[in-house]
Design a binder for this molecule. Structure first.
Ligand code: AMP
Length: 120
């Protein structure tokens, strides 16, 4: 599977589609999820063209990897959710339920989040 440069997050990165952006640096962009699943639901995406967590883990450089996870930490600091707690999640591929084929981390916060995975 090759990277689809017209996926919605690629278009947000190019500022072709509006988003509620809360953080941007050389490595990452963070914005509010359009369909929040918690009082606070933010997505953090790398600037490079990576399809998934696995693709990023396999192909991103050390600098991109350090930059991206550093940005995630900066977003957590900016949101001031460290003390109360939060959840970071990524969906990868079909069984993971990934809908948008640009690697993204979900950050959920704002209430106790319950069990990790719903029973089927
Ligand atoms: P996933 O299932 O992990 O691929 O999650 C994709 C997420 O992207 C979902 O939570 C959607 O609500 C969110 N989403 C889709 N389109 C947009 C958009 N234009 N702006 C912000 N979030 C979006």
């Amino acid at each position: 599977m090759s990277y689809d440069s017209n996926n919605i997050f690629a278009r947000i990165l190019r500022h072709e589609v509006p988003a509620k952006i809360i953080y941007e640096d050389d490595y990452a962009l963070a914005f509010h999820d359009i369909n929040p699943q918690a009082p606070l639901h933010v997505l953090v995406i790398p600037k490079g063209n990576y399809i998934s967590f696995y693709d990023f883990s396999q192909n991103a450089s050390f600098e991109e990897t350090k930059g991206f996870y550093g940005a995630v930490k900066n977003v957590i600091d900016q949101l001031e959710i460290h003390d109360d707690g939060f959840r970071v999640l990524t969906n990868n591929g079909v069984n993971g339920g990934q809908e948008v084929p640009h690697f993204h981390l979900h950050i959920f916060a704002g209430r106790p989040l319950g069990r990790m995975i719903q029973s089927p």
